[in-house]
Each structure stands twice: as C-alpha cells, then as structure tokens.
Design a protein around this ligand. Structure first.
Ligand SMILES: *Cc1c(COP(=O)(O)O)cnc(C)c1O
Length: 496
C-alpha cells in the first residue's frame, strides 16, 4: 500500500517518500512524517529467520513505497557490507542483566553509521527517480558523530557535495581528528565558534534562505539534509529494533508476545523515535526509556509536560547528546496533537520565539510509554568503571548515560522486563573520558596511548576507523563565526 508523507506544520500537501528524502526538511520548516505507521507484514517469528539486510528490506519497503524492490535492495546491499566489521551488523551482547545492542560496528564506529551508510544511496536513487538535474549539496550541523558518518557516507558519491559544520570546542579530539582528516574531493568541514545548537540553527537558516536557494539553482546546486530530521535517516534506524527483538526471540531469551524495554541515550530524539515507530509497527516494546545527560530538557519535559530550552548549555563527556533543541521531538508532538499541524506549528513557534512550550494534558497523557531520566557526569563515569570492574566490558560515555539511567529506572519501578540498551558509540571514540572514568592514572597519557591501553584492558582490537586516523594529515582547517556560515557555504560552492 502506498504511503505518503506530510509536513508536521502543514498536512494539506502530500509527498512521496523519495521526495521527502530529497528535501530533508519541508519548505514550511516542518518535518516530514508518514501519514500512518505501517504494520509489519511478517510475524516476529518469521523475521527472526532473516539477516540484517533482509530485515532492513522488510521494514524499509513499508515506509519507502515509491522505491522499487530492486532499488531498495541495491541501496541496502551497498550500505550494509564489509564497511561493518561484523556480518551481524548490529550484535546484541548480554552484560550485567541487560542486552547491549552494539550500533557502532560501521565505518565511523558510532550509531550514525547505521543510517548514514544508506542515506546517500537512498538520496541519489531519489534524485534519479525525480529527474533532478542539480548536484545535491548536503549541509549538516554535527555535535560530532553525524558529521563524520555523513562525510564517510557521501565521500566521492557522484552528484553530491557535503559541507559539515561542527562546534569548534564542542567535540572530542578523536571526533575532530576523524572529521578534519576526511578524504574525498566533494567533502568540506568547517568549525564554528559556537555550540551545536548555533550550528544547527545556522544550517536551518541557510536552508530557509529563499534568495540563496535561487542562486544555488542558477549555479546547478540544490541543498539537502543528512541530519536526523531526514526521513531517510529515521527509517533505517527502525530496522535494528526489529532485528534485535527478533533475535531475542530466536535465541529464546524472550517468549512469543513477551515485551521488552528499550533504553536510548538521547540527543536529537531520532534514535528513540525510531524505537517508538518500531513499537507502532508491531515490535513488542513496553517502555521507551529516554536517557539524557546534564542537558536534561527531555527529562524535564516528560516529567512536567513543559519543554524549556531556557537554561545553561552544559558541555559534557557525552557531546553527541549536548543538545537543547531535540529536533525530532516535533514528530512526536505532532502525533500526540492528533496530527494537528496547526497546534504543532503553534508550539514550535513558541519554541523559537520564547524557547519554551507546554503540551496539553490530553497530549501528555499519550506519553505514558515514555520514561525519562538523566545521569550526571559523576554517575556516568561511575557506571563505566563499575561495569568494567564487574564484567570487563567497556562502554562509551553515551552508552554509560543510558546504562546509568536504566539502573535508576529499575530502582524506581522494580520493573524486571528484559531490556535492550542502545549502545551508540565505541569506547574508542571517547577514549579519554572512558579511560579517566576507569582510573584517573590514565590522565597523563596521549590520545593514542590511551587507545592502545584501552585495547589492552578491554581485550578488544583497535577498530579500523581509529587506526586509519593515527597518522592521517589534517585536510580541513576552516573555522568561522556562526554569523559567517552562509558566506562560507557560498565560497565553497563558488557562488560569489
Ligand atoms: C547522535 C548520538 C546520540 C543521540 O542520538 P539522537 O538520535 O540524536 O537522539 C547518542 N549517542 C551517540 C554516540 C550519538 O552519536
């Protein structure tokens, strides 16, 4: 059955999936949402016999209905191949009473690879289907992981260029090194003086600049977005929740019909929204546990019904979650507003004008499946050390926020439901914070000494993505003010 997409701010127009993938964001500033969430057409038992790639096809065909079977299968085959260091793509590891769903086995060792290894193929396929003649310019704001994963995904993909903005002092040294050493004739990386929200706001402003759009068209370019607001990012992320749950069934860790909880370390709300969509497709998910770091806007939102970004922005050891505007939450707001685009627009206007909004009681009542909590810096570090000392398993800082929040949840609720924790980055990506959490004595070591030491104590091979940047030369060194982002883009594209 054909599925159309509408904007969360104006649902009078419908677009096909491929058009939504190409555009990223709707012209009215809203996000594209499917008109309904499709139900899985196979039982979990049937799905449990499938490979990751086959599962991806079963999920994606229901959402991207204007792609042919051949197109989708080709995109999937190009994405989930030997770029991943395990044939399983997303392994599930049982440690200390929970299942860690390792989403970091791709090219850049963070969960962003799960979607960004397929997005370029979905996008170039969509361009072909829609007879787009211009080159696609991907413009992305990153808090660290998206940038590198998008660069790796789009590097040297014909008909595309990619420009990444990151907060100059807001990402880990390894994250920065990964980005500034990126190869590919079509890749550009720019640091900005500001935080992630500044970068994201700057990118959004460029996207909605009508004058620039005309200049772009005249020069044979068109913008698109690889940020997690793109439906082409969201849909591939649903796959691993289906896959994980099916695997638990296959391995007889859960029974038919038994529900599981999912814990997601959250920033922009993309990953947890994918879990929410998976639940509505028929995956037996009970609670969605939303874990925040000290930027706990979402915890406060789930507790009070009031979203308020007027607060101090905290730089934490989990930088990919240092976010005060969780863009993807808009999709949930639209849904709990009963698909009322006017109501959603009203709230989003309040957010951009006053930095806050409040949902009605009726809307809040529909959030019962969510549980929010947060872990501060000490709790996060303690969790890394305790888990390591107890089991030898080393988790990264983001996953540690989730793991610490899961413990609070169990203490609060005594809920013993089997639980999957989304493990969103390899500890090798945040080596210094991770090693410092384990023992302060590591503080004097250099970044790459720490990498080798981590490999030794965790008994895990250094990932290829890290080996690669050890000696790699810096290729990108542009830095600009947040007010100069538009001009920087024009200069890169050779538009005056
Ligand atoms: C992006 C990211 C997150 C947050 O995911 P959202 O989809 O933005 O909520 C968490 N952990 C890591 C390591 C990330 O890269």
């Amino acid at each position: 059955m054909e599925l159309f997409y509408t904007s969360t701010r104006d649902n009078t127009k419908k677009v096909q999936a491929s058009e939504a993938v190409l555009k990223g964001l709707s012209e009215d500033g809203g996000l594209f949402v499917p008109e309904r969430i499709p139900r899985l057409s196979k039982s979990l038992r049937e799905l449990s016999e499938l490979t990751y790639q086959e599962t991806a096809y079963e999920v994606m065909k229901l959402f991207l209905t204007d792609y042919t079977e051949e197109e989708l299968k080709s995109c999937i085959a190009k994405a989930y191949d030997s770029k991943f260091d395990t044939a399983e793509i997303a392994p599930l590891v049982e440690v200390d009473g929970a299942y860690y769903l390792e989403l970091f086995h791709g090219a850049t060792i963070a969960f962003k690879d799960m979607a960004l290894s397929i997005l370029p193929h979905l996008m170039t396929t969509a361009a072909r289907k829609n007879h787009v003649k211009e080159d696609i310019v991907i413009l992305t704001a990153t808090s660290g992981d998206t940038g590198k994963a998008a660069l790796a995904g789009f590097a040297d993909v014909e008909g595309t260029k990619i420009i990444v903005f990151y907060p100059k002092n807001g990402v880990s040294p390894i994250q920065e090194k990964q980005m500034v050493t990126q190869k590919g004739d079509n890749t550009y990386v720019v640091g900005i003086h500001g935080n992630f929200d500044d970068a994201q706001t700057g990118v959004k402003n460029i996207f909605s600049d009508k004058e620039l759009e005309q200049e772009m068209t005249a020069h044979g370019f068109r913008f698109s977005s690889a940020n997690s607001i793109n439906i082409g990012r969201l849909v591939p992320q649903i796959v691993y929740y289906v896959y994980a749950c099916a695997k638990l069934l296959k391995e007889e860790r859960i029974k038919d019909g038994e529900r599981i909880n999912v814990v997601v370390p959250t920033g922009n709300f993309g990953n947890i929204l994918a879990a929410f969509y998976a639940g509505h497709m028929g995956v037996p998910i009970a609670k969605l546990i939303c874990a925040s770091n000290e930027n706990k806007v979402l915890y406060d939102f789930f507790r009070t019904g009031s979203y308020d970004k007027n607060r101090e922005f905290v730089l934490t050891s989990s930088p990919s979650m240092d976010i005060l505007i969780s863009s993807n939450l808009e999709r949930l707001i639209y849904r709990i507003a009963g698909s009322d685009a006017g109501k959603n627009r009203e709230l989003m206007t309040a957010l951009s004008k006053e930095g806050r909004y409040e949902v009605t009681q009726e809307m809040a009542a529909q959030l019962a499946d969510f549980y929010g909590n947060y872990a501060d810096e000490k709790e996060t570090a303690d969790r890394i050390r305790e888990l390591y000392e107890k089991t030898g398993y080393v988790i990264d800082t983001h996953t540690a926020v989730a793991s610490a929040v899961y413990r609070k949840y169990r203490d609060d609720t005594k809920d013993e439901t089997k639980t999957v924790i989304a493990s969103t980055a390899s500890p090798f990506k945040f080596t210094r914070s991770v090693m410092n959490a384990i023992d302060k004595k590591y503080d004097t070591m250099s970044d790459f000494e720490l990498v080798d030491e981590l490999s030794r104590i965790a008994n895990v091979k250094v990932p290829g993505a890290i080996e690669e940047i050890r000696e790699a030369p810096v290729i990108h060194d542009t830095v600009c003010d947040r007010s100069e982002m538009k001009q920087t883009v024009k200069t890169i594209l050779g538009i005056s």
